[in-house]
Design a binder for this molecule. Structure first.
Ligand SMILES: [Zn+2]
Length: 98
C-alpha cells in the first residue's frame, strides 16, 4: 500500500482530529529534529518488536523524505511513539529473557 502523505503518516485513517505537521512548529530549528527522533523511535520499536500500530513505511524511511512531503501526524498517534512509551516497551521485552 502506498503512503498517503496528505494523511497521518502513522495511522492513515480519516482524521477526526486535526493533523499536526512538525514543519509548522514555531521553532524552525527543530524541524528535522522531530522527524529524526520519531524515525529513530520507530526503528527501536521495531528492534524490540513492539510497534504500537502497523506502519505503511519501511526501515528505509528518511528524514529528508519526511521533510519533502511535509509529513504530518495526529498528536495522539505521535504520542504512541514517544520515548517514554519506547522505554516501557523495552522494559516489557526484557522480561522475556527467562
Ligand atoms: Zn494519526
Amino acid at each position: 500500500m502506498e503512503l498517503n502523505w496528505s494523511r497521518c503518516v502513522i495511522y492513515q485513517q480519516d482524521p477526526s482530529e486535526p493533523l499536526k505537521c512538525p514543519l509548522q512548529s514555531r521553532d524552525p530549528s527543530d524541524k528535522t529534529g522531530v522527524y529524526a527522533s520519531f524515525l529513530n523511535n520507530v526503528e527501536q520499536f521495531r528492534v524490540v518488536d513492539a510497534v504500537p500500530v502497523e506502519l505503511l513505511f519501511g526501515n528505509n524511511e528518511t528524514v529528508e523524505n519526511y521533510v519533502s512531503h511535509s509529513a504530518a501526524w495526529h498528536k495522539s498517534c505521535h504520542l504512541k511513539f514517544s520515548s517514554s512509551k519506547l522505554a516501557k516497551a523495552k522494559k516489557r521485552t526484557h522480561k522475556h529473557d527467562t
